[in-house]
Design a protein around this ligand. Structure first.
Ligand code: ARG
Ligand code: ZN
Length: 488
């Protein structure tokens, strides 16, 4: 799902890459096994004896400045339908992915991202299609050539034991994790390819349907609205659907011994899932989400999806992740002491900033984390703890932030500067353009770019449009400058 505005952004992003790659040679590998792939943007040719095809080989990456091979070129995915059968004893999946996609141009071959696992077969509109694998690239050679603008249905039969993926020096590997019986997915930024064949970049959002079958004593939660739960011969099948466009990195399935909570807050259906022994503590720790929803809808605009909730996975994760409609937390965060309000607010705010509006490239990660940090300060003010200005002053005093939030580098995407200096840049912007215009910006950002992606340049453009100011120097200092400017 890629509106015209996103296509234009993408073209801009591709140009930006060249500059970054030449200037800093900072592009790294987002996969475990594709170090050899370098910056090549062509697909390995598939040898056939057929007459010369009319289509081109779809590119094997969208050219993200940090992770050039994430995603693929030449087509746009409308929907993923993922059928997953979980063997809890073997810790393996037996899966079928049905992917509706539309080529932008005539395609002789095209790629999906998939790491590990075994592919048993691929069909395109029902016809068997030969395929090859190399690193994270699954290259499919459909017959006949795909036509520009004509949607096709690609079915990939696959399975095995999914393995999470190391990205740079991240403290955590991303993708599908399991301890044998339970499983959960945390993919940001590049882990989706560990469990399904994907156009794995935020620029290609799509709708998702999950049909997950597990032993009947386990539960499943995934993104979106639950459509059904059925049981047959000791196995339970859970169906979830996300109709609103979702980036692949936010797709998540959690399987475990889960207690489900359903309620309504601020008119929105909530569904959460916790390990049974933590359910009481979790209810206390997430207890203020309704107040947060009210406060954030007032400031950020309507909640952008159909459902929300929290899932706690039985693992000392050390962080939380804003998976679309169902934020994920590790057990270490859930104590029952209601001490994680700012984190709960942070993940909720990502539903607007990060999920409805996703980063155009991974270099724009501060747009996710800076807005979510600013939202923590909003919550602290709303809940009577301290003003936004006090939070900003405290953050400013705590830190030595030599790395610009607008270019943290691909090795350590989630370093503190993208959060704290990101939040400070937004606070400084609110002073620069005035609180009223900034509040307008918070809503206009989601109205204008919701359902797609946006870049730092888009934020500057919108802030300039709403304020009538030239913000070139402001962005150069606060977002790209190598030292933290003094607070205004
Ligand atoms: N986006 C998450 C948050 O700030 C953090 C994800 C950290 N992920 C990681 N791979 N280190 O809420
Ligand atoms: Zn965050």
């Amino acid at each position: 799902m890629r509106p015209a505005v996103v296509r234009r952004l993408r073209a801009g992003a591709v140009l930006a890459i060249v500059v970054v790659a030449v200037a800093s040679c900072s592009s790294t590998d987002a996969g475990t096994d594709r170090a050899e792939a370098g910056s090549s943007t062509t697909t390995p040719a598939t040898t056939t004896s057929a007459p010369a095809p009319d289509g081109v080989a779809g590119a094997d990456g969208v050219g993200d400045p940090y992770y050039p091979q994430l995603g693929n070129g030449g087509y746009d995915v409308a929907g993923y339908d993922l059928l997953i059968d979980w063997d809890a004893d073997a810790a393996t999946i037996d899966a079928t992915a049905t992917i509706e996609l539309t080529p932008d141009e005539a395609l002789d071959t095209f790629n999906l991202d998939l790491v590990g696992l075994a592919v048993d077969g691929v069909t395109v509109d029902g016809a068997d299609a030969p395929f090859e694998r190399a690193g994270r690239e699954l290259t499919i050679d459909p017959e006949p050539v795909l036509l520009a603008g004509e949607a096709v249905s690609v079915v990939v039969d696959y399975g095995g034991a999914p393995e999470p993926i190391q990205v740079g020096t991240d403290v955590f590997r991303v993708g599908w994790h399991t301890d044998g019986r339970d499983a959960y997915v945390v993919s940001e930024p590049a882990g989706a390819a560990s469990w399904f064949p994907a156009n794995d970049h935020p620029t290609d959002k799509a709708r998702f349907r999950f049909e997950v079958t597990v032993p009947a004593d386990l539960g499943v939660i995934a993104n979106g609205v639950r459509r059904s739960v059925t049981e047959d011969a000791g196995r339970a099948t859970f169906v979830y659907e996300s109709d609103r466009p979702m980036a692949t990195y936010l797709a998540s399935v959690v399987i475990g011994d889960l207690a489900f909570d359903e309620s309504t807050a601020a008119g929105l259906p909530l569904r959460s899932a916790y390990p049974h022994r933590l359910a009481d503590a979790a209810r206390r720790d997430f207890g203020r989400v309704e107040e947060m929803l009210v406060a954030f809808q007032e400031r950020f605009g309507p909640y952008p999806f159909d459902v929300y909730g929290h899932v706690v996975v039985d693992e000392q994760l050390g962080f939380a992740l804003e998976n679309q409609t169902v934020s994920l937390f590790g057990t270490d965060l859930v104590t029952g002491g209601a001490r994680i309000d700012s984190l709960v607010a942070h993940e909720l705010a990502h539903q607007w900033y990060g999920n409805a509006v996703s980063p155009a490239t991974w270099k724009d990660i501060w747009l996710n984390e800076g807005f979510a940090t600013y939202a923590e300060w909003v919550w602290a003010e709303v809940s009577g703890e301290r003003s936004i200005a006090e939070s900003a002053a405290a953050a400013h005093g705590r830190a030595d932030f030599g790395v610009p939030p607008g270019d943290p580098g691909p090795e350590e995407l989630f370093q503190r500067t993208v959060y704290v200096r990101g939040g400070l840049a937004l606070y400084a912007l609110s002073v620069q353009i005035g609180q009223e215009t900034f509040d307008e910006l918070l809503r206009a950002w989601v109205e204008r770019h919701g359902g797609g992606v946006a870049s730092t340049a888009d934020l500057q453009a919108l802030a300039e449009e709403l304020s009538g100011q030239d913000l070139e120097v402001f962005f150069a200092d606060w977002v790209y400058g190598s030292s933290l400017p003094p607070l205004p």
